[in-house]
Write a protein that binds this ligand. Structure first.
Ligand SMILES: [Fe+2]
Length: 420
């Protein structure tokens, strides 16, 4: 089964959101000592439910008319300053309704100046006081997502030094299949030299600001995202066996590997013009989607991060196997002019957030896109994803999202650590 593990590694190294391999534990422990043993808080290892299904609601949209109707508050994020800095979980419990109201209106609340959230345990007590319900990352089963503190459902962000010079463009933490409802991004340590600012953009404003012709074209044609390139050129020399071997490789990955990612991937040769390149491509998706609560149309599209044309024009050190691409829904290429326009509108809406220790960006993952600037030095930011609130879960008897998918993640992380 070594070949299968190899392909796992290839795709795992490649899949979108790309690489978040194991971080160096010693620096993490120096940066954030747990406030209390995890057993006192309850160990969430193995008990975190899967990320919920993506809520799609995009049909029958009058794009131009809806663009004109967008009316959202200017501030994104809206700041929430700690009164003294010494507030504990009870403060967040008391302010919960007000914070959640601001989150719904603005899409992102920047909690500033709290000592409580400077440590993993305090961060967890904050989100528990807000009655937020942790879930696994949408691509958790790929093995790409390493925990900073699994017992607290806290994932490491992309802090790895080898990826520090890789700019992470705007995206929602979403696949065609799964989307976290909320995310809480926390800074335990800013980059020690420079950079590493967190990026936030209001998806309602990006939708509003797009040229109506571009927005309509993308809405009509939809998109597909390729998350991995497997170059099978070595099969070209196989003579008459070439075609059967190509089919065999495709079937092997399609049947044994792709399902593990739980992303509805289709294996396709030659989509980007290279006949021996096998790409793992997500299903057709609408780049515009209504918010599941407010119904506001949103730019629900990871193209700013995933379009190869844009990645080629900014700091990017993802290996070819992990280079992503975005096509129109019929797999035809997207014109550079459209990508330039989307890039311009996206960047005009980016807020650069210089997070300090303890700062939390509480995000509505449908409403805002996020990214991360390049940095130098050591950096420790982390995130917890939420499928909703505890109240949502208690009212929902559907257990379809309750199956932990952690076994594969653990296995692949181990494989990656052992192999690279
Ligand atoms: Fe992300």
């Amino acid at each position: 089964m070594k070949e299968v593990a190899f392909f796992f590694a290839l795709i795992a190294t490649a899949a979108r959101g790309f690489v978040a391999l194991q971080s160096s534990p010693q620096s993490r422990l120096q940066a954030a000592t747990l406030e209390s043993p995890s057993e006192q808080r309850g160990d969430l290892t193995g008990a975190i439910p899967d990320c919920p299904e993506t809520v799609w609601n995009f049909e029958n949209l009058d794009v131009k008319a809806e663009q004109k109707k967008v009316s959202v508050p200017a501030e994104c994020p809206v700041e929430w300053q700690a009164p003294t800095g010494t507030e504990g979980p009870e403060y967040f419990a008391a302010q919960r309704d007000a914070i959640m109201e601001k989150l719904l209106a603005h899409g992102c609340v920047w909690l500033r100046g709290f000592d409580l959230t400077k440590r993993e345990g305090g961060f967890r007590s904050m989100y528990e006081a807000l009655r937020l319900d942790p879930c696994l990352d949408p691509i958790h089963t790929s093995g790409l997502r390493a925990f900073a503190s699994q017992s607290d459902a806290i994932y490491e962000e992309v802090n790895k030094e080898s990826l520090s010079q890789h700019y992470i463009g705007l995206h929602q933490e979403s696949t065609h299949k799964k989307t976290a409802k909320y995310g809480a991004f926390v800074c335990f340590k800013p980059a020690t030299v420079k950079g590493g600012e967190f990026l936030i953009a209001d998806a309602a404003k990006i939708f509003r600001d797009l040229d109506p012709g571009v927005a309509q074209r993308f809405y009509d044609r939809q998109i597909r995202i390729s998350v991995s390139n497997l170059d099978m050129d070595f099969l070209a020399a196989a003579g008459p066996l070439r075609e059967p071997l190509m089919d065999g490789a495709k079937n092997l990955i399609d049947k044994l590997v792709a399902p593990k990612f739980d992303m509805d991937l289709e294996m396709i040769y030659g989509a980007d013009g290279k006949p021996m390149r096998l790409q793992a491509i997500e299903m057709t998706a609408s780049p515009i989607n209504r918010h599941p609560v407010t119904g506001v149309p949103l730019w629900f599209c990871n193209i700013h991060n995933h379009a190869r044309y844009l990645r080629d024009r900014r700091p990017c050190n993802v290996p070819e196997v992990g280079m992503t691409e975005v096509f129109f829904g019929d797999l035809s290429p997207i014109p550079a002019d459209d990508l330039d326009h989307i890039n311009k509108v996206s960047e005009a809406n980016i807020a650069h957030i210089p997070m300090q220790p303890g700062d939390v960006l509480l995000c509505d993952n449908y409403r805002v896109l996020h990214g991360r600037d390049i940095f130098e030095g050591d950096r420790y930011h982390a995130v917890t994803w939420f499928g909703g609130t505890v109240d949502d879960r208690e009212q929902d008897l559907d257990t379809s999202n309750s199956k932990p998918g952690d076994f594969l993640n653990k296995a692949i992380n181990k494989f990656l650590v052992d192999s690279f």
